[in-house]
Design a protein around this ligand. Sequence first.
Ligand code: PLP
Length: 459
Amino acid sequence: MEGLAHSNDLSEVIEADRAHMWHHLSQHKQYESIDPRIIVEGKGMRVWDATGKEHLDAVSGGVWTVNVGYGRESIANAVRDQLIKMNYFAHSAGSIPASMFSKRLISKMPGLSRVYYSNSGSEANEKVFKMVRQISHRHHGGRKSKILYRERDYHGTTITALSAGGQPQRVMQYGPLTPGFVEVPHCLEYRKQWDVENYGERAADAIEEVILREGPDTIGAICLEPVTAGGGVITPPIGYWERVQEICAKYNILIHIDEVVCGVGRTGVWFGYQNYGVKPDFVTMAKGVASGYAAISCTVTTEAVFDMFKDDPNDPMSYFRDISTFGGCTSGPAAALENMRIIEDEGLLDNTLTMGARVIDNLKALQDKHKVIGDVRGKGLFCGAELVSDRDTKEPADEKRVAAVVADCMQQGVIIGMTNRSLPGFNNTLCLSPALISKADDIDQITDAIDGALTRVFG
Ligand code: PLP
């Protein structure tokens, strides 16, 4: 693949970047000594930077997004055709792609029936928070307005989404936060907080303790990731979700599952919650919905929730008083429809299960070789390896050395991730989320790169 330098002046691009760009989640001092990396092209699982260097992308666009891989002409064409025919009309009116994608999406989500569109994961989650607050006002005299969230989970970047944020370093400089959000403990079995046999049930019971402390009548909903992503690829322990479901039913608390990362195939089923038999009241999704070919997010809910918003047609306050200018219009659902067709027609869910098992096998083999790997976990093509300096005490490996492993892989032309630098003391998990089109050779290349990097960094 040819580098950017062939069609543009690379030095001009870098100069413009240095002078005018403010990169996401980046410390800019580094760009005084190194050039910012500019990604110019992608095909399948691979991307090329402006110098022409090829990288195997093991994190699907950096943040677990490009599920069907790069360079999909059929998605680009679907978007192009839709934009030429009808690019935009406010979503109080309907559109062909939004109706048709909603129908297809709902066909994968038994028990749910309504789709509300917006543009990002944060926004989709905020829609739920607003719905829950409005339900509280209209149906519970304003009392059931609190929302529970979990330590280590992340639900987005806006101030209210951050108020539901269980990753302290992302939150601590942005207060005052939105009131009414209450934290419950995480459920990572590797780092047990209770010495019991049925860890899943015990971790869920910890949620009940918070509910009883706060008062069940004050809590409207709980917001959870099905598998925690940036907080350390935390797969729920056995029995956890069943117990969460029971507790929520007991106290009439709505279940909101944040599928922004797990949604649309990442764990080898359409949605992460479907691995655990949960019956959610709300499901939000964003990244994989259109694999990054368009900005789209969805808040999906039940007919029972929808009905709570249409109880009085003569009351101007009885409907959902919310709008999102670009939500669902029209390139997003056009891209999402084609994205879903590709996943189905190419059998990518099955491939995700097969390749996900290969990632775990390979990482476990590395665990036998490198004592720095304390725990290996994952679901489908969503996997993590937690690094520790001592297997007995589980002392987390030094964050700088974990970052050095990521940098070493990058040198080798393989892009991997690590916990979001947002959990003080626990930014020690290597994260892998390659595209659902991964082949055995790709997976082996990724884990071989990690093998080499661990040897060089940890000996
Ligand atoms: N929810 C989860 C689980 C996420 O990982 C993210 C982003 O990484 C978000 C929500 C926020 O999504 P966005 O960045 O599209 O607002």
